[in-house]
Design a protein around this ligand. Structure first.
Ligand SMILES: NC(=O)c1ccc[n+]([C@@H]2O[C@H](COP(=O)([O-])OP(=O)(O)OC[C@H]3O[C@@H](n4cnc5c(N)ncnc54)[C@H](O)[C@@H]3O)[C@@H](O)[C@H]2O)c1
Length: 335
């Protein structure tokens, strides 16, 4: 039987997930309902996707016995409440990163998920991206020896609107958290301390929210390895995601700027199109993470990335924010 899914939140990413489900890109799943409080948003999406159920109130989905699983893509500040309500109604949960913004809420979420015996997968989609998955396989096969340095670059073409930044939890929690997760995954080690710096270079409106548009986190791992993680919202040329893992016997590069394998040559030189945004760069990963989620729901298995990873990644992000605010290196306590 197909897993009947509801997507909560139809913004930049929720619409993308809903579209994948509606287009039958996620085998074993159907899109059954969409929810967004914005006037007309859910109704318009339901019409576009050819589904009968839509609402402006998430409770309609939680209380609907026909819905098996919820895909929570609402603003980060709402995640904790959504997860708890979904779990209490026995829904399988996929929630976008970060799990929440507050550490005390993580323990409550972990307990509720356990007590209600539901599945909870957190949207750290890089683990499902074919290039990162291949890098993981190569590292585990010993192809670069022992990993000793992680380098991550995440540059967004611009900033989301002020209203998003206001609720995002700031740069380390909203953006660098992707690199903290994939660094732990690829290095096979936990981040033990962080030293973070940042500045507003272009988007002066961020000062009101104590946020920055350019940041760097220097990290130590409990394996003895080290790394640096850049995050930026100032990349006028496109969406630039690159990762390098240096090992004792070699190095792995992940990522490319090329949108297609096409190069244009003329008298001015050669050019190629650059990946424009995260939806394009991670199209496969967003699809593959939901396919994995549905398989876990069908087989009652623990997902590859759970609420516990969500808590550890949040601990690192909060430590980095503390380091940025205080100017001091901060030890990550570990979950
Ligand atoms: N994994 C990734 O690469 C990635 C990328 C972008 C965003 N995200 C995460 O996804 C979440 C959403 O981000 P976004 O960029 O799509 O935000 P967005 O602001 O574009 O969209 C959020 C949507 O949620 C709706 N909403 C607000 N409150 C709601 C509620 N109570 N119930 C249902 N819908 C509600 C809003 O009306 C809006 O349409 C955030 O947590 C963000 O961190 C993850």
């Amino acid at each position: 039987m197909a897993i009947r899914c509801a997507v909560l939140g139809l913004g930049r990413l929720g619409y993308h997930h809903a579209k994948n489900l509606a287009a039958h890109q996620i085998s074993g799943a159907v899109l059954a309902s969409v929810v967004d409080p914005m006037e007309g948003r859910a109704e318009q999406a339901a019409r576009e996707f050819g589904i009968g159920k839509w609402s402006r109130n998430p409770d309609d989905v939680f209380q609907d016995p026909d819905i098996d699983a919820v895909i929570i893509v609402t603003p980060t500040s709402t995640h904790a409440e959504m997860i708890k309500r979904a779990a209490k109604h026995g829904k399988a949960i996929f929630v976008e990163k970060p799990l929440t913004q507050h550490l005390d809420e993580c323990d409550e979420i972990i307990q509720v998920v356990k007590d209600c015996k539901v599945i909870c997968q957190v949207g750290f989609m890089r683990r499902f991206d074919p290039a990162y998955a291949e890098a993981k396989r190569r590292i585990e096969a010993g192809d670069i020896g022992k990993p000793i340095y992680f380098k991550g670059i995440t540059r967004d073409a611009g900033s989301p609107p002020a209203e998003f930044i206001k609720h995002s939890g700031r740069m380390f929690l909203d953006v660098s958290i992707h690199d903290y997760d994939i660094a732990r995954y690829l290095m096979g080690a936990e981040i033990s301390s962080v030293s973070a710096h940042g500045r507003v270079l272009l988007h002066s409106f961020m000062e009101e929210f104590r946020d920055v548009d350019q940041a760097i986190t220097y990290v130590h791992f409990d394996s003895g390895a080290a790394g640096d993680i850049e995050a930026s919202r100032n990349s006028p040329y496109g969406h630039d995601i690159r990762t390098e893992i240096i090992g004792t016997e070699g190095s792995i590069f992940i990522g490319t700027l090329r949108n297609q394998n096409v190069t244009l040559l003329n008298s001015k030189g050669s050019t190629y199109e650059i990946i424009p945004d995260f939806q394009t760069r991670f199209h496969d990963a967003y699809r593959l993470e939901l396919i994995h989620f549905i398989e876990c729901v069908q087989n009652n298995q623990t997902p590859k990335v759970t609420e516990r990873d969500g808590k550890i990644n949040l601990e690192i992000a909060i430590a980095a924010t503390e380091s940025f605010d205080s100017g001091k290196t901060v030890v990550v306590k570990g979950g």
